[in-house]
Ligand binder design. Structure first.
Ligand code: NAD
Length: 376
């Protein structure tokens, strides 16, 4: 028997093809009449088309969402939603746009309807990561969970294969860390396994046949489940490493996840054999084990595998290793500075992860107490 605490989420989820046509009804059900549409600049066109579905219930469009939720953008957006007397926000886009919606909600209490168009999963989490200058902070606020999420597979068809690949591995990372996270929850565990299966089966087709609707649907389904996992249980070493690298060197979010995940899985493999075994059910191990198979998988998707290719300076490895071991956080295997450094060095160079096979004599799972939320 394993003890657990399960907390259900209250977000309404609508999933399918063409589901954007239901957005006006959903806005109505939320009792909203003055929605502001949010988007990034480059997705302003598709987002405006969705705003048009709302007719008079769309009172404005703020198209300046940016990666890592800069506070100055949020302040401008808050001033805008106040100026048009908005009573809700409609976030159409990936984690950047949905992050802006959550940042507005944190400051105004406005309810959100999210329409995700990547696989980042932010719409299913109460986590808000923000940047001010070069400082990145993260907090968990249950009140900022979107009230309704409409997944429309058709809106993901335009996601370029290269973005889909890294975004998909970002989702995979949420599911993998939920498999060995410190807060065991049987429902989340089932969702994480299902997410791993859906993402690993769908992503190769998404990147080679971008018009394959079934593959796009599988990836989006996996992303929803993975996002729910991220929102439900504490993440571990992988999310800590990506948080440090994103915050310290401004590395791109999803790409960093793709380069780091195989190395963290290799590091944790011996302490989390059940999690590795669950991944191996869909991704059979190669010569180097499941982590090496994941490294190959990431490469076959065309995603980056070397942090140096993302702009991380080699001299940054020591600084990042220091930051990774600065605070305690949940991880099945304790992390010391030299192992953090070794892991970073391999990920920096894009080397195959060190082969660590789960064995009957594996290290006993040990969780360091979790302090504070880790960023997504
Ligand atoms: P993103 O939202 O920045 O999107 C990446 C690019 O793809 C953007 O240029 C965007 O305009 C474009 N795009 C989005 N959907 C598209 C589509 N369907 N077709 C064509 N182009 C499209 O990137 P992301 O990886 O989705 O999100 C990253 C951000 O989200 C980071 O700031 C990260 O910290 C945050 N995040 C937060 C959480 C959380 O729970 N708080 C979870 C995951 C990610």
């Amino acid at each position: 028997m394993r003890k657990f605490v399960h907390r259900g989420q209250h977000t309404k989820v609508v999933f399918g093809r063409g589901t954007r046509s239901r957005i006006p009804d959903e806005v109505d059900r939320m009792g909203r009449e003055r929605m502001v549409v949010l988007s990034t600049p480059d997705q302003a066109g598709p987002a405006a088309e969705i705003g048009d579905l709302l007719g008079a219930a769309a009172v404005g469009h703020f198209a300046e969402a940016a990666m890592h939720t800069p506070v100055e953008v949020t302040q401008k957006a808050v001033a805008y939603v106040r100026s048009v007397r908005a009573d809700g926000v409609l976030s159409v886009g990936g984690g950047s746009t949905i992050g802006l919606g959550k940042a507005i909600a944190a400051r105004t209490g406005l309810p959100q309807l999210a329409v995700p168009t990547t696989y980042a999963g932010s719409e299913m989490t109460p986590i808000l990561g923000e940047t001010e200058g070069s400082r990145k902070t993260t907090r968990r606020l249950p009140a900022i969970l979107p009230r309704t999420v409409v997944y429309d597979v058709d809106l993901t068809l335009t996601l370029p294969p290269s973005t889909a690949a890294v975004s998909g591995v970002n989702a995979l990372a949420h599911a993998v860390e939920a498999l060995y996270g410190q807060d065991y929850d049987p429902i989340v565990h089932l969702m994480a396994g299902e997410a791993v299966d859906a993402l690993i089966r769908s992503l190769p087709a998404v990147t080679t046949r971008p018009d394959d609707v079934e593959a796009r649907a599988g990836a989006l389904y996996g992303a929803w489940l993975a996002g729910t996992c991220l929102g439900s249980v504490g993440m571990a070493l992988h999310h800590k490493v990506c948080h440090v690298l994103g915050g310290t060197f401004g590395l791109p979010h999803a790409e960093t996840h793709a380069a780091v995940l195989p190395h963290v899985l290799a590091f944790n493999a011996a302490a989390a054999p059940d999690a590795v075994g669950r991944v191996a059910r869909t991704l059979p191990g190669s010569e180097g084990g499941t982590a090496a198979a994941l490294f190959d998988f990431v490469g076959e998707l065309g995603a980056p595998r070397a942090l140096r290719d993302l702009g991380m300076p080699e001299a940054g490895i020591d600084r990042a290793a220091d930051l990774i071991v600065q605070n305690d956080y949940g991880n099945p295997r304790p992390v010391d500075r030299s192992s953090a450094r070794a892991l970073l060095s391999r990920a920096w160079a894009g080397e195959r992860p060190a082969a660590v096979r789960p064995s009957p004599g594996h290290l006993p799972p040990r969780h360091v107490p979790h302090k504070g939320a880790l960023d997504a």
